[in-house]
Design a protein around this ligand. Structure first.
Ligand code: ATP
Ligand code: MG
Length: 246
């Protein structure tokens, strides 16, 4: 198929705060928050990264909505966009793709406090990825990144780090050494079990503790025999698009 005929990929942000969000979608995040708080409090975790095997499995969606839901319970939350290669969180705050953020702080071009943005009517802030650098892995592994993580830790109850897929780039494993734990997103009817196991092995080797998994894009209507899927079932989340409401 020629490029001209390909359907453009437009990434939407499906928010729990959207008035059209289906009841089951919002409820799933409430459940996720309850389990999340239980595990993170017991294990004293506040730096949590969200990752998955491959692209388009719902990591950013889970990161944003988890952060929003935790903020809904009055927690001070910061969402940090560490997918420096394919950032999308700028849509959350209606800013452009090249808005200054994490990479600019990492390169010493600006200060952290200047690029942390408030998400309206919430106790949630966001640190966008910033201008895409040629060396994302290097930047994420730097001492400066460690210093940013330590600075954020002092200000927030939870810091949620949205990361790239484990099997495509090394960034998640690299960042993982600074994290208290990871949440692994598994996409309904898509993510392959052998790839999940491979990614989990990679994270284990990098010393990253997987706290649980979120099962994303589950659709009750089409789930059939998959409805009882429960691998890594510390968290169980099912989400459907607002479009499914009809
Ligand atoms: N629960 C859901 N129901 C329906 N669609 C969803 C859901 N979660 C995410 N999507 C859609 O799936 C696509 C991929 O989601 P998202 O960007 O969160 O994935 P990702 O894993 O962060 O992708 P990438 O690897 O490119 O960063 C987006 O178009 C998003 O709108
Ligand atoms: Mg993403």
């Amino acid at each position: 198929m020629s490029k001209r005929h390909q359907k453009p990929v437009t990434k939407q942000l499906l928010s729990v705060s959207d008035q059209n969000a289906p009841f089951s979608y919002v409820e799933a995040y409430k459940m996720l928050c309850t389990n999340f708080e239980f595990i993170t409090t017991a294990q004293d975790c506040k730096n949590i990264m969200v990752t998955s095997t491959l692209a388009n499995e719902g990591k950013t969606n889970v990161s944003i909505n988890l952060a929003r839901s935790l903020a809904g319970y009055g927690k001070r939350v910061c969402l940090v966009e560490c997918d420096l290669r394919r950032p999308t969180a700028h849509k959350l705050v209606f800013l452009s793709r090249n808005t200054e953020g994490l990479t600019n702080v990492l390169k010493g071009e600006t200060e952290l406090s200047k690029v942390i943005r408030k998400v309206d009517n919430t106790t949630m802030d966001v640190l966008l990825a910033g201008v895409t650098p040629p060396n994302p892995s290097e930047l994420l592994a730097s001492e400066k990144m460690k210093a940013i993580i330590e600075a954020l830790e002092k200000e927030y109850d939870y810091i949620i780090y949205d990361t790239p897929p484990v099997l495509l780039v090394a960034d998640a494993a690299t960042l993982g050494k600074y994290m208290d734990g990871a949440i692994f997103v598994v996409k309904h009817n898509k993510t392959e079990k052998n790839l999940v196991l491979k990614a989990k092995k990679n994270l284990d080797s990098a010393g990253v503790r997987v706290l649980g998994a979120v099962y994303s894009m589950y659709n009750e209507k089409s789930a059939g025999s998959y409805s009882n899927y429960s691998s890594y079932n510390y968290y169980y989340y099912y989400g459907s698009s607002p479009k499914d409401k009809k």
